[in-house]
Each structure stands twice: as C-alpha cells, then as structure tokens.
Write a protein that binds this ligand. Structure first.
Ligand code: ATP
Ligand code: ATP
Ligand code: MG
Ligand code: MG
Ligand code: MG
Ligand code: MG
Ligand code: MG
Length: 283
C-alpha cells in the first residue's frame, strides 16, 4: 500500500484542524424533521417520546466520547461542547463532526423501538442528521452560545404551545392561528393561554420550556447566597487552574470523566448559578 504511484492523491486532503485553545461546539440537527414528525405522528407541539429519544441518543454519545463536557438539546437538535483543551482527532473538524453525527444517528435508530414501541417501525427514508463545528474563544462566547439556544427554545416553545392550543383546543385552522399570533409579545401569548384555555405556561413541563442539558455530575458547590466572603476566596484559590494543563492532569481528568455519572436535566443555563455550582464544566 505504501509508496504506490497513486499515493500522491493524499496531498489533496485539506487540513481542517480547529483553532487550539478554543471551545468546540458540534451542533447536529434532524434532516427534514417537519416531515419526519408528521410521518410518525409526533404529538404537537412537543412529543415527549421524541425528546426522550433525542436525550437517550445524546447521553450515549457523551458516554462514548468522554471528551465532551456538556450537551444541550431542544427539538431535533443537539449541541455538544468539547473543552478548549481537547485534542481528540487532533481537533480535526470533519472527524469530530462525522463521529458525533454518526454515533448519534446510530443510537437514535437503535433506541427508536424502545421510545416508539407503539408506533410503526422505522422505514426509509431513515432519520438522519446534519452537523457543523464552531469554535468559541472565550467562556463568555460559549455561554452566550448556550444561552442563545436556550432562549430560542423558550421563544419557540411559547409560540408553539400557544399556536397548537389555538388549533387543538380552540378549533382554529393554522392560518387563523398564525394571523392571531402575528406581532404578539410573550406577555400576550401567556395571556391567550391563560384566558382562553386556562393554561399557566409556567406549569408546562420543564423539558419543553428549558430543553435538556446533559453533563457529568460531581459534587456541587453550595449556592452563592449561603457562602460567606472567606469561603468564596478559599474556593477561588482552590479552583484557579493554570492556562495549560499537564498531560498527567488531563489523563487524570479523563479517567474521572469516564467513571462519572451522566445526568439529563432541564435547568436554566443562562443564569450564572448553573455554572457557578458546577465549576468543573468550564475549568
Ligand atoms: P432541516 O432539515 O432544515 O433541519 P426541519 O424540517 O428538520 O428541516 P427544523 O427547523 O429543524 O426543520 O425543525 C424541526 C421540526 O421537527 C419542527 O417542525 C418541529 O416541530 C419538529 N419536531 C422536532 N422534535 C419534535 C418533537 N419532540 N415533537 C414534535 N415535533 C418535533
Ligand atoms: P480508526 O478509528 O483510526 O479508523 P481503525 O481501527 O478503524 O481506527 P482503520 O485504518 O480504519 O483503523 O482500519 C480498519 C480496520 O478494520 C482494519 O484493522 C481492518 O482489518 C478491519 N476491517 C475493516 N473491514 C473489515 C472486513 N470487512 N473484514 C475484516 N476486517 C475488516
Ligand atoms: Mg435546520
Ligand atoms: Mg431539522
Ligand atoms: Mg431543528
Ligand atoms: Mg479505515
Ligand atoms: Mg477506521
């Protein structure tokens, strides 16, 4: 195989390794899931089985790739975050994206009969996902990315919940419902839900309102409010980490990650509290 006259074609491969020391986000999204969700009669606006299936697939991706720090999912999309120190596949974008997307897709199809046991089995065209990698140079940028996805989840879910209430409970057709919601603010939609249908949006399931966040669970830090100044300073001293981690430090962390329990939660990831109480995520 080596040194054949054909080997020169290897030179045509373009390097695609991602900028060092930046947070890598790989986001995947279901291809044509508007149609797919109709084919398998997803409940509108939120099919719980479909969301649980997405979460199960994402959880399996996380356990197969210990380099992933945290993942966030909503609807037919999932974002996976690699720590800025990650060197998996020499940070090659195509390797990272294709591995995540194919692992996720394989598990999505593997788990399908478990989560959709009363539904018809999958038939072609089978579900597939696209993927992309984006790098973020600062923790602030990364957190803004996560906040962006969660805000999107909130806005879409409030809209969809109201839209489908108007149709399913209010007997409207899609066009009329769309017209009614045109130009409305969040407060108006909350009002419509409550006045017309007695639905308090706050009581909707957390998974629908906040999406799903998956991470490795270690011992949490006390909430800010219960700590005094001395405790806070001591903590800073303990959690201050050098910019570049040693090889043995990285190995140690990897072992701990492989053993840690992976949890799926539906929490606010926009506010500081989530990150402050779980300092291992961004350190
Ligand atoms: P594309 O291939 O461009 O992503 P798409 O049809 O998948 O096209 P999206 O913007 O990704 O478009 O939208 C996802 C679609 O899947 C929406 O129509 C959404 O209602 C539907 N969907 C995804 N998850 C669920 C769910 N759990 N319950 C009900 N519908 C869902
Ligand atoms: P990497 O993740 O880096 O690709 P790898 O173990 O998959 O690691 P490859 O260079 O892709 O390494 O080699 C594929 C391996 O799978 C080889 O060891 C090859 O012998 C084995 N393999 C693939 N297809 C077959 C097959 N049809 N029959 C027997 N062995 C196979
Ligand atoms: Mg899309
Ligand atoms: Mg999609
Ligand atoms: Mg989508
Ligand atoms: Mg090969
Ligand atoms: Mg191979």
């Amino acid at each position: 195989m080596a040194n054949s006259k054909f080997e020169y074609v290897k030179q045509f491969e373009q390097p695609d390794s991602l900028l060092p020391n930046t947070w890598i986000v790989v986001r995947l999204d279901g291809r044509g899931f508007t149609k797919f969700s109709t084919k398998y009669a997803f409940e509108k606006p939120n099919d719980m089985r479909a969301l649980d299936l997405m979460n199960a697939a994402a959880r399996s991706v996380m356990s197969e790739l210990p380099d992933i720090t945290i993942a966030y999912g909503v609807s037919d999309e999932y974002s996976f975050v690699f720590h800025k120190s990650c060197t998996l596949f020499e940070r090659r974008a195509s390797k990272l994206v294709s591995t995540i997307v194919s692992t996720f897709t394989a598990y999505y199809i593997y788990f399908w009969p478990i989560y959709f046991k009363d539904s018809k089995p999958l038939t072609p065209p089978l579900p597939s996902f696209d993927g992309r990698a984006v790098t973020y140079p600062s923790v602030q940028n990364l957190r803004d990315y996560m906040s962006w996805r969660q805000v999107d989840c909130h806005i879409n879910n409030l809209y969809n919940t109201t839209f489908w209430a108007l149709i399913n409970k209010g007997g409207m057709d899609g066009t009329t419902a769309e017209l009614m919601l045109k130009g409305t603010f969040s407060a108006d939609k909350n009002e419509i839900l409550f006045q017309k249908f007695g639905i308090n949006y706050n009581n909707e399931p957390e998974m629908f309102k906040k999406g799903s966040v998956i991470f490795r669970e270690y011992e949490m830090v006390e909430p800010e409010t219960t700590k005094n100044g001395v405790e806070k300073e001591a903590e800073k001293a303990n959690t201050a980490v050098p910019e570049v981690k040693s090889k043995s430090q990285l190995e140690k962390e990897k072992k701990a990650r492989t053993k840690a329990k992976i949890v799926v939660e539906h929490l606010d990831i926009i506010r500081d509290e989530f990150w402050e109480r779980r300092p291992w995520l961004l350190s």
